[in-house]
Design a protein around this ligand. Structure first.
Ligand SMILES: Nc1nc2c(c(=O)[nH]1)N[C@H]1C(S)=C(S)[C@@H](COP(=O)(O)O)O[C@H]1N2
Ligand SMILES: [Mo]
Length: 335
């Protein structure tokens, strides 16, 4: 695998180690007598105690290894540690705080799964769970991910292009836009059952692309990251990744893809149309009404006290591949 990992010595232990591993390690040390009663009391939170006194760990979602072609063009990008990619998430269906999706999604059922591709096309179809990883040759794509909240990561996704998928259903000439929908299942997704936990969004989460954006070779349907199937918090079993747009376009846990003739109303645009546009192209020159988009906090190496402030790039650095899609458009009007 052609994956560049940051040097561990740059990072604080509790920064790079998933929390359950971190806590287990403490348990081992305690068992060996390295941590005395003082240490035990000092960190006595309910959660840690539960881990120490009962042997049953909260059962964790199981991912499986994938076979894929490594990213041949991995550039100079340093990957964000896997433990950050899978614990600092936006997935409001599992809670609107960054740590909640990883905590509240581990029982999420992804198999069986059905993804329908329908609408303005000659051959609509439905994929089941096995199709998602078996229908196409999987490839790795190392992409920058830029959230509209002005933080960013670098993630080694695995998947296939949306173009390859759409070609299978034979879109017709009325297919001008593509609409995506996330699963709606309040029993499994606590943020859909509790408006406060779910950040006040009305579900299902909906996103959309123009057909030429959807067909661009950068636009990825991702089924994995870091060599394995996606964990639920990152959008298992299949999610979109559009690297030149703000992260909210990259909709997770998709059950429906529909080819349509009209521009769809998308979740964030409907919630606050003056703050979140349909296009949502990363643009350092177009500020969010409540904050600047000129720079971003990069989540990678550097530990807790590093500033990690970097300049935001137009189209998140992918202008060469996508700027032509917006040639005659006013990017302040169509933000
Ligand atoms: N269904 C759904 N998809 C979603 C979101 C969400 O809340 N629900 N959040 C979006 C936002 S704001 C971002 S930044 C990315 C984050 O993806 P990651 O958690 O894998 O980094 O997912 C996007 N996809
Ligand atoms: Mo985001």
């Amino acid at each position: 695998m052609l994956i560049k990992t940051p040097k561990n010595c740059d990072l604080k232990e509790n920064h790079v180690t998933p929390e359950n591993v971190y806590l287990n390690r403490r348990e081992v040390l305690k068992g060996m007598g390295f941590l005395g009663a003082g240490a035990l009391l000092a960190s006595a939170s309910a959660k840690v105690n539960a881990n120490w006194f009962t042997k049953d760990e909260p059962s964790k979602f199981k991912t499986t290894a994938l076979t894929f072609t490594p990213d041949a063009n991995s550039e100079q990008l340093i990957l964000t540690p896997e433990s950050k990619v899978t614990t600092h998430n936006n997935f409001y269906e599992f809670g609107a705080q960054k740590h909640q999706p990883a905590e509240l999604s581990q029982q999420f059922k992804v198999n069986p799964w059905q993804l329908s591709i329908s609408g303005e096309c000659a051959k609509p179809m439905t994929l089941d769970y096995d199709d998602l990883t078996k229908m196409f040759t999987l490839e790795e794509r190392i992409y920058r991910l830029r959230c509209v909240e002005a933080w960013s990561m670098v993630v080694p996704w695995i998947g296939f292009t949306l173009a390859d998928l759409l070609k299978k259903v034979l879109p017709n000439s009325s297919a001008k836009y593509v609409v995506f929908e996330t699963l709606h299942d309040p029993e499994q997704m606590p943020g859909q059952a509790d408006r406060r936990l779910g950040g006040g969004i009305s579900y299902p989460y909906v996103e959309g692309l123009r057909i030429d954006e959807a067909m661009n070779p950068l636009t990825l349907m991702s089924v994995g990251l870091y060599g394995k199937t996606l964990p639920p918090q990152n959008g298992a079993p299949i999610r979109l990744v559009v690297p030149w747009k703000y992260g909210f376009k990259s909709i997770k846990s998709i059950v429906s893809i529909k080819l349509v003739s009209e521009q769809p109303k998308t979740t964030w645009q409907q919630l606050a149309p003056n703050e979140y546009g349909f296009y949502a192209n990363v643009n350092p020159k177009h500020d969010h009404p409540r904050w600047s988009q000129a720079s971003e906090r990069h989540i990678s190496t550097g530990g807790l006290f590093a500033r990690n402030r970097i300049k935001t790039l137009a189209f998140n650095g992918y202008g060469e591949q996508v700027a032509h899609l917006y040639k005659n458009m006013d990017l302040h009007k169509f933000f």
